[in-house]
Design a protein around this ligand. Structure first.
Ligand SMILES: [Mg+2]
Length: 306
């Protein structure tokens, strides 16, 4: 698809935010209880018991807020100062920065533990829990802005891993973020999504061959053989999103497919929607969803600085 780079990058960020907002009302529901595809909208059908009932339709959640917190930190310093990023995250959770209306909701448990570490004085680079059980998707869901400020794979991998450490310190979460960003970069450069995933896998396999991270990388890559669950586990979350991108042919179908998996619907749709926005460009995002996005002006101001 012959799209301009700005259209792809804007599409990526709006694709993430709109996927997140679209998925918010459906979170915590099993796949079986998600409405049929045609009924998945910012406002669910009347009979549907929506999650986060007090949140206005079109509001992004923690995924979108943390992505904007990361983008802000990257715009201030393209090498990413982790103290700035950590301050932004605390500013979000304590004061509602980077939200449409100051409302903070949907904060992940692992991320909350990282914030406790930060508040007790642990350096940002070491604040993320790093046990094998600490491999939630909370750093994957927000890492797309790395691709908005970088052009090289080296830098994308470095920044993707670095940003993860503040809340998700385990190599598996870090490597999944790197895999996502290198995939996204490949699509920005014009590869098909399928080719971009393959190229990203090859890139990382080569890079981490015979290194301490090789075994963890193989665990990440083997996730492709499991059925997509739309869960909060970082490996399943990544491959669920890739499944949605590769099995659909437009932005709308991709994020609806993500939500139809149930469970962590907003995050799967944010991760998949970020990639689909890059694949199809900003103009391919349905106008009714773009119009429904709360506080779009905040995003436009930040995108103008890239
Ligand atoms: Mg969320």
């Amino acid at each position: 698809m012959n799209l301009s780079q700005p259209s792809r990058l804007r599409g990526g960020l709006f694709g993430l935010l709109i996927g997140d907002a679209l998925g918010v009302p459906y979170e915590f529901h099993s796949a079986a209880s998600i409405p049929e595809s045609s009924a998945i909208e910012m406002t669910p059908p009347a009979h549907f018991e929506r999650a986060h009932a007090g949140v206005p339709p079109g509001t992004w959640s923690d995924d979108g807020a943390q992505a904007l917190a990361l983008l802000d930190a990257l715009l201030r310093n393209r090498e990413l100062d982790l103290d700035t990023f950590a301050d932004n995250l605390l500013d979000w959770v304590q004061r509602g920065a980077f939200t449409p209306d100051g409302r903070v909701f949907d904060v992940g448990l692992q991320t909350q533990r990282a914030f406790e570490q930060l508040r007790s004085g642990v350096p940002a680079a070491n604040a993320g829990p790093d046990d094998e059980r600490d491999n939630g998707n909370g750093s994957l869901m927000r890492c797309l802005p790395v691709v908005l400020v970088t052009t090289s794979r080296d830098e994308a991998i470095h920044l993707a891993r670095k940003q993860s450490r503040v809340t998700h310190g385990h190599a598996r979460a870090q490597l999944t973020c790197a895999l996502y960003c290198v995939t996204a970069l490949g699509i920005v450069e014009g590869l098909s999504a399928a080719d971009a995933v393959r190229a990203a896998e090859d890139e990382l396999l080569q890079r981490y061959a015979d290194s301490p991270d090789e075994a963890e990388l193989k665990i990440v890559l083997d996730g492709r053989f499991d059925a997509p669950q739309g869960s909060g586990y970082v490996v399943d979350s990544f491959w669920s999103a890739i499944h949605c991108v590769l099995s659909t042919r437009c932005y709308e179908d991709c994020v609806k497919r993500a939500i139809s998996l149930g469970n962590d619907t907003d995050t799967t749709a944010a991760i998949a929607g970020g990639l689909a926005g890059i694949v199809y460009g900003e103009d391919a995002i349905p106008g009714r969803w773009m119009a429904a996005l709360q506080h779009k002006a905040l995003v436009d101001v930040m995108l103008a600085k890239i």
